[in-house]
Write a protein that binds this ligand. Structure first.
Ligand code: ATP
Length: 667
């Protein structure tokens, strides 16, 4: 005898599924030591610090490819701006080299024999040339900045538009895939940003490389021996720069992961939706304490990073200084030996310094360009993934309207959930003018069935035919366009009341006034809208000054109104009235079951409140993805199976003294 069968029996508590007890205490976050390490593995940080962990040769080897791809990206966005940037950059670098040569001229004139005023006078033309070239270079650099600033937002806009179009268009199955959502957020938050930034880095790299090449040619022109001297002097400087750049990258990673961890707690404390629960459950104190603990850890970490940065900087500068000292000593020696005129020695000093600063820029820009390129290719790979997961396109569309939908032996398993199919051999027939109900226990497959009917998922086997046409032979979008879905947790669009209804027909700005009005009346949303301060124009969100937040039941009315406004030949209502008051619920059922468009519409109603399905023409009872009973209410009650048991159990709740029926499903 079950509990329910005992006199005055109660519904047994849910089984615990062998759940062990939770530990009495667990850390809110990883211990201090591994705070950064845990988050470093997070999906959004995949490539953070990658440049610092890769060999220099690998990075250098990839640079030409990176440069080419950035150029293609920029070219696609704005050809004129890209061409202008490249030309101006080249001319600017050439001007810099000539400027260096002109400086040699100045020094040669100043170090020549003769009276000082004469020497200064003879240096004037070269000096004027130096000034002229400097000015020309400044203009060129301003041009580069101008076109770069024009190019970067265009690249961002193009990539972002493509990203949003593809992500909003991919098949629902792709969105269900947990890794897709991680990939999407990573591509959005990092990929888009770094793809745009990579343009600046590649330009910086190109400019620094050209600067180095220019200085090297000037040195070779002054004396061929100066080139190996330059190489010998910049190698230690380069190594010190690489070391310092890598330390900088790694510290940035650690620092940002720590900050992110703390931000999670700040967001929770600020979250509007969490505000009530935060106060009522006294969660605020616990979250504040964790925030404080992290803040102190970050403070210590920042001080440590500061010490490390100072140490690396000092070592870098010491090595660089030593190398410069040795170079100058070698220059002095060459001058004393008479291999190099004094004026050329002075110019060589200038060229060496130019080279050293170019080298530091090259090292930093190389690391940045490499890391940004990883993020960019991550974004590109994600876009390719989306392109491969777009809904089916066959070039054929369904004619508008349907008389009968036949489902035969349908099987479907959610991706990654291979243990048990959500639908297993389901067959049914849905005719226009009828209302069909799906009932059954939680997780028995009702919503999944409705989503397959709507073309949101592709069946693993079996067929769905619309007036004889297999849906696999037509574009998925053409089915979605013919099904209006009112889902269990409707979206609360932060848009106007009107847009919250018209959005189902693909517009948030245009409305068919009579149609919108009728949908509002039938769904019960009309009195809600009438009571809003700006009625149809009132934004339904507290985030707007004149906005209003609706109650759960009123949001549900808007969801039903959306479904009705779409005027689709198939209307699916998945638990539409669960949060509505009894009168509102009654009105919705009256509109849906006896509404004026009923004759040419197939209405599918999913509900746990069996009183609402009594009037339906056909009821399908789901159990573990299969249909275990079907028929109208009277037939199913006579059968005395699972439906009758569930119905009697619910009805008994309204008659407290009546004995309860058994809760166990009877397949
Ligand atoms: N997006 C999804 N990804 C993976 N599994 C899913 C997904 N949606 C549902 N499922 C699983 O598929 C099975 C059927 O779920 P479905 O939502 O169709 O049940 P339901 O009968 O509508 O339940 P309820 O009455 O609780 O709404 C369940 O085992 C559920 O866990």
């Amino acid at each position: 005898m079950t509990d329910a069968e005992q006199p005055g029996g109660t519904v047994p508590p849910p089984r615990d599924g062998d759940l062990p007890l939770p530990p009495a205490s667990a850390p809110a976050a990883p211990a201090e030591g591994d705070l950064g390490d845990e988050l470093a593995e997070a999906y959004w940080a995949t490539y953070d610090g990658a440049a610092a962990r890769t060999s220099l040769w690998t990075i250098l080897g990839r640079l030409p490819g990176i440069g080419r791809r950035v150029l293609v990206l920029a070219w696609r966005a704005d050809r004129r701006a890209t061409a202008a940037v490249v030309v101006l950059q080249l001319v600017s670098a050439t001007t810099a080299s000539f400027g260096l040569l002109a400086s040699v001229g100045v020094l040669q004139a100043l170090f020549a024999q003769g009276a000082t005023p004469d020497r200064v006078r003879s240096a004037l033309p070269s000096l004027a040339l130096v000034v002229g070239l400097l000015m020309a270079r400044a203009v060129m650099d301003a041009g580069v900045t101008l076109f770069q600033e024009r190019l970067t937002p265009t690249v961002r806009r193009l990539l972002e538009t493509e990203f949003l179009q593809l992500t909003a268009g991919v098949a629902l199955e792709a969105v269900d895939d947990a890794t897709w959502s991680d990939d999407a957020h990573r591509a959005h938050d990092r990929g888009l940003y770094f793809a745009q930034q990579s343009i600046a880095q590649v330009l910086e790299l190109a400019s620094a490389l050209m600067g180095l090449a220019g200085a090297a040619s000037v040195l070779t022109y002054l004396h061929p021996l100066l080139l190996p001297l330059l190489i010998a002097s910049v190698i230690p400087q380069g190594l010190a720069s690489v070391r310092s750049a890598r330390a900088q990258f790694l510290s940035q990673v650690r620092h940002s992961t720590l900050r992110r961890r703390m931000q999670i707690f700040s967001w929770l404390l600020l979250d509007e939706d969490a505000a009530a629960e935060l106060r009522s459950s006294t969660a605020a104190a616990a979250l504040l304490a964790e925030h404080q603990r992290l803040a102190v850890t970050i403070e210590r970490e920042e001080a440590r990073l500061g010490r490390e940065a100072a140490r690396t900087g000092l070592v870098g500068r010491a090595v660089g200084g030593l190398a410069t000292g040795l170079t100058y000593a070698a220059l002095a020696w060459m001058t004393i030996r008479g291999w190099l005129p004094l004026s050329s020695g002075g110019a060589a000093v200038l060229a060496v310094r130019t080279s050293q600063s170019a080298l530091t820029r090259i090292v930093l820009a190389t690391h940045h360009a490499y890391e940004y390129a990883l993020w960019t290719s991550d974004l590109e790979a994600f876009l390719d993934q989306c392109r491969a997961r777009l809904p089916r396109r066959t070039g054929r569309t369904l004619p508008s309207g349907v008389r009968v939908i036949t489902v035969e032996d349908l099987t479907f398993t959610y991706p990654g959930q291979d243990a048990r199919p959500a639908l297993d051999g389901v067959s049914m027939r849905l005719a226009a003018g009828s209302t069909v109900a799906f009932v059954g226990a939680n997780g028995s497959g009702k919503s999944t069935m409705s989503k397959l009917l709507a073309g949101l998922y592709v069946p693993d086997s079996g067929t769905i035919r619309w007036d004889g046409t297999d849906i696999m032979d037509v574009d998925a979008e053409s089915i979605q366009a013919q099904v209006a879905m009112v889902l269990q947790d409707p979206v609360q669009w932060p848009l106007s009341a009107a847009a919250n209804i018209t959005i189902s027909a693909g517009s948030i700005t245009e409305a068919e006034p009579e149609r919108a009005h009728l949908a509002a009346v039938e769904s019960g949303a009309a009195p809600v809208i009438a009571g809003l301060p700006r009625q149809w124009a009132t934004p339904l969100s507290r985030r707007f000054k004149t906005g209003r937040q609706l109650s759960g039941g009123n949001w549900a009315k808007f969801a039903v109104a959306r479904g009705l406004y779409k005027k689709a030949p198939v209307l699916v209502l998945d638990e539409p009235t669960a949060s509505m008051d009894p009168r509102a619920e009654h009105a919705v059922y009256r509109a849906v079951l006896r509404g004026q468009h009923r004759a040419d519409r197939i209405t599918v109603l999913i509900s746990h409140r069996l009183a609402s399905v009594v009037e339906c023409d056909r009821i399908y009872v789901f159990h573990h993805g299969r249909i275990i009973e079907e028929g109208d209410h009277a037939t199913l009650m006579r059968r005395g199976g699972e439906y009758a048991a569930m119905f009697t159990l619910q009805a008994a709740a309204y008659q407290p003294m009546a004995p309860h029926a058994s809760e166990e499903p009877r397949p």
